[in-house]
Write a protein that binds this ligand. Structure first.
Ligand SMILES: C[S@@+](CC[C@H](N)C(=O)[O-])C[C@H]1O[C@@H](n2cnc3c(N)ncnc32)[C@H](O)[C@@H]1O
Length: 282
């Protein structure tokens, strides 16, 4: 509608303003700093703690990694392809007394190994986010958090988003920043086998799960009839959903997923809860 059109126009203006900020080629992300209050809001949104390992993709003067180390006790690496910025950020980390926990590597962000990160931050451009998206989903562990300044991930809806005042912002028409948070979902698509207690025995259920980002669907096969997976929630390793019970009421599942099993509880229509696990068969 009109609101969406206006949003697109605002984004276009922001993108052009960002591109105009330094004389860079059109396919490059120019160096623009995230204002310090916005850096802190990004780290708060990600819930950064001392045991986190953060990677900032396109780290500029290093402020995000350095603040994560200084204020939250985290460790991290900043990636930038600009030699000068790598030197400057390494110096800044030393001055801040966090050289051991805030390191900087001259690398292309599209080559960087992301697998060690529990938090990834970025202030890039929309098409860069989209290009990074499959690697973030595939390489990061379930439960890792991704925070982007100003740009979303297209079809992959954020798990949270906020807008913060950014009076020091050098670009854009409005002095505000949008911050988006995604939590890497467990990979649940496929076939799973499970059993649910009924009376003195149990019934076999086959789950055929379909997944797009954090949206889970599919069917549960009970006694040869397919019942839809409903009211699903996926947040990191946590998964919950419901299935109609053939005898009436609904069966509610919740648990934590790893690659080949989900372990948690199931609530049956009689109001009881039982330990539950499902095993991947495909
Ligand atoms: C908008 S700035 C953000 C800097 C910092 N993260 C911040 O928020 O203050 C983007 C940074 O990404 C770097 N960059 C852009 N494309 C890159 C690439 N392909 N590989 C490595 N660094 C890149 C630029 O040199 C620039 O420092």
């Amino acid at each position: 509608g009109a609101a969406e059109g206006a949003m697109t126009a605002v984004r276009l203006v922001c993108a052009l303003a960002l591109l105009a900020a330094t004389p860079a080629r059109a396919e490059e992300v120019p160096y623009v700093q995230t204002p310090q209050n916005v850096v802190e809001a990004m780290l708060e949104l990600a819930g950064v703690r001392g045991n986190d390992f953060l990677i900032d993709l396109g780290s500029g003067d290093g402020r995000i990694v350095i603040t994560a180390a200084q204020k939250y006790g985290a460790s991290g690496v900043g990636i930038d392809y600009d030699n000068y910025l790598i030197k400057e950020s390494t110096d800044n980390a030393a001055k801040a007394g966090v050289a051991d926990r805030a390191r900087f590597l001259k690398e292309d962000i599209f080559e960087t190994d992301l697998s060690a990160a529990t938090v990834v931050t970025m202030y890039l451009l929309p098409e860069f986010n989209i290009r990074l998206r499959p690697r973030l989903l595939a390489e990061l562990r379930a439960g890792a958090r991704v925070v982007s300044h100003d740009w979303d991930m297209g079809e992959w809806a954020p798990d949270a988003q906020i807008e913060v005042a950014a009076p020091e912002k050098k670009i854009g028409l409005r002095k505000t920043s949008k911050l988006y948070l995604w939590i890497i979902p467990a990979q649940l698509a496929g076939k799973w086998e499970t059993r649910v207690p009924v009376g003195d025995g149990s019934m076999a259920i086959e789950l055929e799960l379909e997944q797009a980002f954090q949206n889970l669907g599919g069917v549960a096969r009970i006694d040869g009839s397919a019942r839809p997976i409903e009211r699903s929630v996926v947040r990191g390793r946590y998964v919950a959903f419901r299935v109609d019970d053939p005898a009436g009421g609904s069966i509610r599942f919740q648990g934590n997923a790893s690659a080949d099993r989900i372990v948690g509880q199931v609530a049956t229509p009689d109001g009881r809860t039982h330990p539950w696990r499902a095993l991947r068969v495909k």
